[in-house]
Design a protein around this ligand. Structure first.
Ligand SMILES: Nc1ncnc2c1ncn2[C@@H]1O[C@H](COP(=O)(O)OP(=O)(O)OP(=O)(O)O)[C@@H](O)[C@H]1O
Ligand SMILES: [Mg+2]
Length: 163
């Protein structure tokens, strides 16, 4: 990718949902080349490895100007190192907003030159979260219309391996 990255979209993406993909598409349309940065914090136990999550996202973005990597520590550090001026976040509900607002203000205090920008997903994904997806699958439910096919298959596989 020759063009510089214009926005960094951080998250855990465990697993990526079509809500995440929707946001990536909107982020590219708004800002141009985008970096999806997977937070690798050891305190949170994840269902999928970083490599699996990177592969899931890469498989969905097709020809869009999107890079995927991971980082430890502060997101503003990662953005500063790569000279990316915008952090992209999604807001689903008012309850998302409060935490996102605190985080955006904290990041601004840490690094005043980086702006956080919020984007709303398509209505059909406006209540979708990775945590709920994992809960539904663990309880034997299935929400494949909200997931990339490889993610849906991998979730089914994980559950079968557990049995
Ligand atoms: N369906 C969605 N619509 C809009 N934004 C979303 C959606 N899912 C996640 N996001 C946003 O993407 C960013 C990264 O989210 P994250 O990886 O924490 O996903 P999540 O679905 O919130 O996962 P978890 O349930 O584990 O917190 C956050 O800004 C989050 O608000
Ligand atoms: Mg979340």
């Amino acid at each position: 990718m020759a063009e510089p990255l214009r926005a960094l979209y951080p998250g855990s993406f465990d697993p990526p949902t079509l809500g995440h993909i929707d946001l990536i598409t909107r982020g590219v349309a708004l800002f141009g080349p985008l970096l999806v940065a997977i937070a690798n914090n050891n305190t949170k136990t994840s269902l999928f490895s970083i490599e699996e999550r990177i592969d899931f996202i890469r498989a969905e973005v097709g020809n869009l100007p999107v890079k995927v990597d991971y980082f430890r520590g502060l997101v503003v550090e990662h953005a500063r190192e790569l000279q990316i001026p915008v952090i992209l976040r999604g807001v689903r509900t008012i309850s998302d907003f409060e935490y996102e607002y605190q985080m955006a203000m904290t990041n601004r205090a840490l690094e005043p030159n980086i702006e956080t920008s919020f984007v709303m997903p398509s209505e059909q994904y406006s209540y979708l979260s990775s945590r709920l997806i994992k809960e539904v699958y663990a309880a034997g439910g299935e929400l494949r219309r909200f997931l990339p096919d490889p993610v849906h298959h991998a979730l089914i596989q994980k559950l079968q391996n557990k049995e």
